[in-house]
Design a protein. Sequence first.
Length: 509
Amino acid sequence: MSETAVKAPGVPDANRWKALVFIALAQLMVVLDATIVNIALPSAQQDLGISDGNRQWVVTAYALAFGGLLLFGGRIADLWGRKRTFVLGLAGFALASALGGAATNEAMMFGSRALQGVFGALLAPAALSLLAVMFTDAKERAKAFGIYGAIAGGGGAVGLILGGFLTEYLDWRWTFFVNIPFAVVAAASAWFVIREPEGGRNRSPLDIPGVILSTLGLVALVYGFTRAESEGWSDSVTITMFVASVVLLATFVFVEARVKAPLLPLRVLTERNRGGVYLSLGLAIIAMFGLFLFLTYYLQVVKGYSPVRTGFAFLPMIAGMITGSTQIGTRLMTRVAPRLLMGPGFLVAAVGMLLLTQLEIDSSYTALLLPAMLLLGLGMGTAFMPAMSLATQGVEPRDAGVASAMVNTSQQVGGAIGTALLNTIAASATTSYIADHIGSATSRSQQQLVQLQGQVQGYTSAIWFAVGILVVAATIAVTLINAGRPDMGAVVGAGKDAEDEVPIPVVAH
């Protein structure tokens, strides 16, 4: 490691704002990759001869590797150093993206997507934990997490726009190749710019049983929901996956409470504010991921939008997220308690979602979708920003990596649940509607109209559930999170235990 790789604790890093640019760039790459490939999937499937039954593995292979290895990646960041892990994650992600873009068959494609997930699991927690340990002043932390929160929330929609452009005007392979310049610039710059604070490593031996149990448990959970979407909730393999995940994760918690150097110290989870953030954020992501899916299908299948036009239709949501995160959240975070931003933020998003329950085949984009997306973006941006900050606020530096990994885990698992759960609700409502109305359709055009109406009915039925989920997320945020507004001094490693109000000592290894 270079001589400038670390800095003395307590001294603000002169390059921290430059570092933020490259951390944000890396985070954008990881987040948009979750949606950019979806737009390119039909073209890639045709070129590579991937069957309809296997095409889901382009998405599933990434989700399983990424979701399953996040806790391990967070612990590696604490053990090896966040800067080193960050750069390694970027380099590996670039290599995996090159393999995906050059894929000649489905096996090569699935392998490259899994490899992207592996290095993404190293990269994502390292990026967030770098912010947590580099920005310790409350006002600066608010600005930094405002930018990070906007990217974390809006990156998926950016992926839809970029994926549409690349697929329509170049080739689907560029949805992979585009990651390479992102990763190279971020990695090269980060190596010279980022200086990690000294004394934040966790050099305890790696908890191998914890790694195995958490990885298998999370993989089983994510795959269970992914399979439920395609094969149904009563499928024997789906049920087996859910049972296995419960057993494995329960055993993981049992082991972590007893080993000397746990992979995930339970103190990270049991602090009520962090627990409240993980739970409310995961629920909000369930609602958001389902909505991305439904709106994409509604705009392309029902309204006949092109991929590029669909991507641009999401711009108001991105604008709302950026405004909510960098203007509302950042300006108010040092003045009000986090729950007073998160609770109302989720409720504003719920109002936007509520508008979308009025969707019909001929709904006006300007009159209905535009205001709904603006409210969704504003609400989510306002809530995400303090959530990201609070998830790592007060955590001991040695635990910053796993605390950050838990944020990503709640997002990843929430995304898998949201896609499967809400899609199942929508499909069931669509089937029911078509069965009830198809008999009265005498011509082919009337039958097609009934099918489109059935699809829209399915979307609105599922969106009602998403509204309820956001209200529950707001309730959890307001009742469980009790942290006051941040002090104007340092906030990392200086938190308080929620129960006894005794300052937590910073333990340097």
